[in-house]
Design a protein around this ligand. Sequence first.
Ligand SMILES: NC(=O)C1=CN([C@@H]2O[C@H](COP(=O)(O)OP(=O)(O)OC[C@H]3O[C@@H](n4cnc5c(N)ncnc54)[C@H](O)[C@@H]3O)[C@@H](O)[C@H]2O)[C@@H](O)CC1
Ligand SMILES: [K+]
Length: 490
Amino acid sequence: MPAPLPLFDAVALRTLEARGIALLGGDPGVLMARAGAAAWRCVRKHWPQAARIVVACGPGNNGGDGYVLARLAREAGREVRVLRVAEPASALAQRACTAYLAAGGVIAGELGEADLIVDALFGIGLSRAPEGPAAALIAAINAHPAPVLALDVPSGIDAGRGCALGVAVVADRTLQFLARHRGLRTGAALDHCGELELAALDLPADVFEGLAPAAWGYRRDALAGFFPLRPRDAHKGRHGHVLCIGGDAGSGGAVLLAAQAALRCGAGLVSVATREAHVPALLARCPEAMVHAIEGTAALRPLLARADVVAVGPGLGQGEWGRALLAAALDSGKPRVLDADALNLLAERGADLRPEDVITPHPGEAARLLGVTTAEIQRDRFAAVAALQARYGAVAILKGAGSLVQADAGAPAVVCAGNPGMATGGMGDLLTGCIAALRGQGMSAADAAVAGALLHAAAGDAAAREDGERGLLPSDLLPWLRRLANPMRR
Ligand SMILES: NC(=O)C1=CN([C@@H]2O[C@H](COP(=O)(O)OP(=O)(O)OC[C@H]3O[C@@H](n4cnc5c(N)ncnc54)[C@H](O)[C@@H]3O)[C@@H](O)[C@H]2O)[C@@H](O)CC1
Ligand SMILES: [K+]
């Protein structure tokens, strides 16, 4: 089974850098030389025809990597121009710049024509939003038609948190050095990195000893590990009875989608508690579900008693009906997956959830749950998901590009799948159903949250590959949920 990717933050990267330098005899220039050489290999591999290369160098060691690359490209006969926003400020960058100039390199005044732009302005040392000439150069790079290779980090992106501190380079490819940055896998960063590549700089594996990753990245290939073959003697009673609660007036489709997703993800039985008006339509569309008209908590309690796991929230509304049903679900003692209006109500009324429960807010719901703005959530999605888990006591999923899952005080999981076609009403309802189904089949809340979010994102990618991202509907994912949740029986 492919292991999840270890992802690191800037603190760990600095530790790795120090260990690597010590291991290489104490000269920090050796690592920079390797980084520059790796960047040059990357240019030759991906842009072999690029005759005119512009390298934008910043004042720190990221700029130093750029000077090394510029010298190597020049020595290989490419036409190279270095643009810079400030003189080198670090001794290492100064050394690399001097070597570039000594080899006959030139510093240019303007971007001009180029076949490739290399962004070596800022890496993990970015400490504030780029301003003045740096901001202007980033804007000019983004407006230029040439492809862009970012060294280590697209300049302007915070590599630990994933946000853009201000204007930030939009790259076609980002070559990370030493280890993968966790911030490049979530939030705004995803629109800036392009393809991600790693140059590990040939350090022995023991530099990682005792260094805990700051997150774990799960890609589609990790799915198989969560979905072993079912035993031949399986029967429906073993695969969990999911109760989906929701669908107030006007929102019946939400609870239907959750129920369908639960069925396609392998739930043994699915019951739905919804408004009476929705019952015929739900039964017509999904005869596999047991659909109950529920007008109050008295009728809900026996359903709760029979369920193994409760999915509450899709289309629940925030009226008296929804409040009463949520209260009953919270009293039931059953493992719960809470989404949508259940979260909005939770933000208002508070509740102590348990580690067996899962909450699945999008950034707006997360903002309400934490009493902050959506922009604050997006500025540090890692901090936000940790705060959600700590405050509510449940496994927390912060949805959005690069969904994050925080199960406990340890490193979160990052879902490295999904696409913007999934920003459609109803997608979250599917996710709720997926997670509930996996809980019902015996997965822990932590595993069900990671596997459910990954399955959902991978199904979205598969469906988008068929007909495109625009116009992708939640129901388009249903057949893919099934396909991806089933390993092939040989
Ligand atoms: N971590 C490692 O082991 C390695 C790091 N290397 C490179 O070194 C980089 C880190 O180098 P540094 O620590 O020097 O940091 P950076 O080069 O990322 O940036 C720091 C410099 O930029 C300035 N600065 C920060 N934010 C600014 C802003 N908004 N506007 C204007 N100036 C700003 C700082 O004052 C400092 O001079 C990595 O990203 C990577 O590219 C490589 O040489 C290879 C090995
Ligand atoms: K950079």
